[in-house]
Design a protein. Structure first.
Length: 269
């Protein structure tokens, strides 16, 4: 995404990504279309709106910060979800959620605050995107019961693409001839096919055979791989202070998502 942003403006990038992702996913789950009802439209429009906001703010933030910081700050959405759930369905966060929040705030301070105790615009936008990601998860939990997840995800992508086209065509200028440039086409193709369509399918299929705690730990590794690939392919500098912040945020995510259940011995049946 960072490479693609060097040549494609934010909303056009998201518009192409979600449109292609939605089309590919609609073809992959073609046999599920018999379950379609009209309420998929408004449900897809709602969660697609939150997804659009999250990706738009994240992508804007990525243009102003490093990929590694963007990856870990985005991961803090896992810590925010229990508190938004509390606001929506009145389920109070437990002690693990509170501990995770404190760890996460400390980690964010290590990652984002400079010597003058100020935060740059890119990091601030990335933290805002984490709030929208958390809101998206809560919204999905509210509107998805009883619905086909892949079909609902297809409409989510379609509507996120529509919102992106509206903003892109009205606010940005982009020459589609640039898509013939391999340096533009291949990063964008990877985003559309692998990072959007294939990644989502692997996640949904993998979670069928994985318990929630294990799945949460595995998914939280996205931020770790974000740093690893940022250092290898983008040349991101990583300092001891950044590593300390990354570690705190990662532990906070694992604490919030699993409550360290994998450390407790299971009682024999």
């Amino acid at each position: 995404m960072k490479n693609a942003l060097d040549n494609i403006p934010v909303f056009h990038l998201l518009a192409i990504r979600f449109t292609v992702g939605g089309l590919l996913l609609s073809l992959i789950c073609w046999s599920r279309w018999k379950a379609f009802t009209r309420d998929y439209l408004w449900r897809g429009a709602v969660i697609g709106g939150f997804l659009f906001l999250a990706y738009a703010v994240q992508t804007l933030g990525l243009a102003l910060t490093t990929p590694s910081k963007n990856a870990f700050l985005t991961a803090s959405y896992c810590v925010i979800v229990p508190f938004l759930t509390w606001a929506v369905v009145k389920v109070k966060p437990d002690r693990y959620n509170i501990a995770a929040a404190l760890l996460c705030i400390t980690g964010v301070g290590f990652v984002s605050l400079n010597d003058q105790l100020s935060i740059n615009a890119g990091d601030l936008l990335t933290l805002l995107c984490a709030v929208f990601y958390a809101a998206h998860i809560v919204a999905v939990a509210k509107v998805s019961p009883g619905k086909d997840v892949l079909l609902l995800t297809t409409f989510q992508f379609v509507f996120a693409g529509i919102y992106s086209w509206i903003f892109g065509l009205s606010m940005e200028e982009f020459s589609f001839q640039l898509l013939s440039d391999p340096g533009v086409f291949w990063p964008l193709a990877y985003l559309c096919i692998m990072a959007t369509t294939v990644g989502l399918l692997f996640q949904n299929v993998g979670q069928v055979w994985s318990d929630p705690a294990s799945a949460s730990v595995i998914l939280s590794l996205e931020s770790v791989f974000g740093v690893l690939f940022s250092v290898i392919f983008y040349g991101d500098p990583v300092t001891g202070r950044l590593l300390a912040g990354f570690a705190l945020i990662f532990v906070a995510v694992v604490c919030s998502e699993t409550k360290f259940s994998f450390l407790r011995r299971k009682t024999p049946a």
